[in-house]
Write a protein that binds this ligand. Structure first.
Ligand code: MF3
Ligand code: CO
Ligand code: CO
Length: 274
């Protein structure tokens, strides 16, 4: 099966989905404070999606082969949780770091998938550096996106930046094609070699969502069937954007008023067609 090329109608639908997905993260930001539970953050996001946006949370009851239905609207991954943390009665405290991963489904059936890191109060030096390096990894990957580039170009630059900083790249989870389907081809690995993997073509849409560990890359699966932690209990960080391959490069679809700007390590995109 080839990677789908989105129609102009699909692309317009995915721009809307991406903006709505990002706006959920904007909305939740002021609530991410010491004392709040991850379950309360989930409830607030869920209500905002359904009652304000008219979107539906894609994770709720999502059950890929081998997984039990995901029981909540968003993923909240705290400290050594790599991804797919299930919101619950966990109270966030000063010094914690949390990734909130939001995927909305719009009325037209398009998915808007993105995540950001949040600090609870004052982060440790390690937490700040890991979070910053992971953000740079995501953006270095994004900056490689253009027709004729290869998926391996993205993976390589992410792996190189993470490992140069002394960190490791999680192998078991990756970015993914997305549209009316939540997870579709291609798999976007966050490691690899330049020039390898599928060639990018205008109209493809996929996520880039590196999971970077402060320690070793190995994972541990929790008995809930979803939560993934670092095996060595080291801190883990993740950021996620949804990217369209354009004729000249890329467009970040998960953009809103509160989207953090690209890091200094990535040059501002030349938006003028060559
Ligand atoms: N949003 C996640 C991703 O980036 C997937 C979460 S699936 C869930 O692909 F069921 F755990 F929510
Ligand atoms: Co994703
Ligand atoms: Co996601």
């Amino acid at each position: 099966m080839a990677i789908s090329i989105k129609t102009p109608e699909d692309i317009e639908g995915m721009r809307i989905a991406g903006r709505l997905g990002a706006e959920v993260l904007d909305y939740i930001t002021p609530f991410v404070k010491p004392g709040v539970t991850t379950g309360e953050l989930d409830r607030l996001c869920h209500e905002y999606m359904v009652n304000v946006q008219g979107t539906v949370p894609a994770p709720l009851n999502y059950a890929p082969p081998g997984y039990p239905p995901f029981p909540k609207a968003v993923c909240t991954s705290v400290n050594d949780v790599i991804c797919h943390g299930i919101p619950g009665d966990k109270v966030l405290k000063n010094g914690d770091v949390v990734n909130i991963d939001v995927t909305v489904i719009t009325k037209d059936g398009y998915h808007g998938d993105n995540s950001r890191m949040f600090f609870i109060g004052e982060p440790s030096k390690l937490a700040r550096r890991l979070t910053d390096i992971t953000y740079e990894c995501m953006w270095l990957g994004i900056s490689k996106v253009k027709p004729g580039a290869h998926l391996g170009d993205i993976g390589h630059v992410i792996q190189q930046h993470a490992e140069n900083a002394g960190y490791s790249v999680v192998r078991e989870f990756c970015g993914h094609g997305i549209g009316k389907v939540f997870h579709e081809e291609p798999q976007v690995l966050h490691y690899g070699r330049p020039g390898t993997g599928e060639e990018l073509k205008a109209g493809m849409i996929f996520t880039i969502e590196p999971m970077i560990n402060a320690g070793r890359r190995e994972i541990r699966e929790m008995p809930d069937g979803w939560t993934i932690k670092t095996k060595d209990r080291s801190l883990s960080a993740q950021w996620e954007h949804m990217i369209l391959v354009t004729e000249t490069g890329y467009e970040v679809l998960t953009t809103s008023a509160g989207t953090p700007p690209p890091p200094a390590i990535v040059q501002p995109k030349d938006t003028v067609a060559a």
